[in-house]
Design a binder for this molecule. Structure first.
Ligand code: ATP
Ligand code: MG
Length: 263
């Protein structure tokens, strides 16, 4: 049965999707069976990040009762399995977030990890995503507004009886104005799992629709994500030689059907 880990933040734009994609990919490259799910109903962006913004069957179709979960799971060309959302407004209106837990539970048998990306804020869709996961990783930047929203996520997790595996501080540049890691840890009363530095390679990979840990695998941010993945596996990262899989770029193929979607 898969560990289902929700990537959540409260504040938008802090690096949730970047983290979800790269952690999922790093775990996959370490030999794990991984499914990446985009749980955002209103602003799904995993497909956009991976270069496949429009797909015929999505999580939205499944949540609207118009498709089976396994028919909305695609294989990214790196070998990572992805359940993306639809960017269509009509599909957004049709999807019923109440069904999220049931759908995600139905997919737990076929993977070691289900990494779930979420939307900003704590609206209905995020609460259903929290309900669907067995644990949460909270993303924050080293700034007070971001940490304040992360604290909200910690409190919601407590009130819903969900385990918080830890906090990831992303986009740390070392600027004097940033909050100190000790202060973040103290404010959130939660351990910091890892720190991802501000790294121009993240934007380079995103612009090319590449997955950073594959395309820029020796960058500082990629290394941080690989160390985090190893930590989730309960061990040290032993270097890039242990990684398997293809670099992968540009399209999904339907896992169970014959369809291949090019960019
Ligand atoms: N370590 C990093 N270094 C530099 N840029 C980064 C880093 N992490 C994320 N970014 C950039 O920050 C922006 C926001 O990242 P991302 O889309 O992952 O955030 P998000 O929390 O998913 O946003 P949203 O709440 O809108 O879904 C992107 O332009 C991304 O490339
Ligand atoms: Mg996002």
């Amino acid at each position: 049965m898969a560990r289902t880990i929700l990537i959540v933040s409260g504040k938008g734009g802090v690096g949730k999707t970047t983290t979800a994609i790269n952690l999922a990919s790093a775990l996959h490259s370490m030999g794990k069976e991984v499914l990446l799910v985009d749980s955002s109903i209103s602003t799904p962006d995993v497909g956009i990040h991976l270069g496949a913004p429009v797909i015929p069957v999505s999580f939205h179709h499944v949540l609207a009762g118009r498709a089976r979960a396994k028919d909305a799971v695609y294989m990214h060309s790196s070998g990572l399995k992805v359940l993306p959302g639809s960017i269509s407004l009509q599909e957004m209106k049709r999807a019923k977030p109440e069904g999220m837990k049931r759908v995600i539970d139905s997919l737990r048998r076929s993977s070691d990890f289900i990494i779930i990306d979420s939307t900003a804020g704590f609206g209905k869709e995020t609460l259903h995503a929290i309900e669907s996961a067995s644990e949460m990783i909270i993303i924050t930047n080293p700034e007070l507004p971001s940490v304040t929203n992360a604290l909200k996520a910690v409190k919601i997790a407590e009130s819903m009886g969900k385990a918080v595996t830890g906090v990831i501080v992303t986009r740390k540049s070392g600027d004097k104005s940033e909050m100190l890691l000790d202060d973040i840890e103290e404010m959130l009363e939660t351990r910091i799992l890892g720190v991802v530095p501000e790294d121009s390679k993240v934007k380079e990979a995103a612009a090319a629709k590449d997955i950073l840990v594959r395309s820029h695998s020796r960058s500082k941010a990629a290394r941080a994500y690989k160390e985090l993945a190893a930590k989730l596996l309960g061990r040290e990262y032993r270097g890039y030689k242990e990684e398997i899989g293809r670099r992968g770029k540009g399209f999904f193929s339907r896992l169970l059907g014959k369809l291949r979607i090019k960019k």
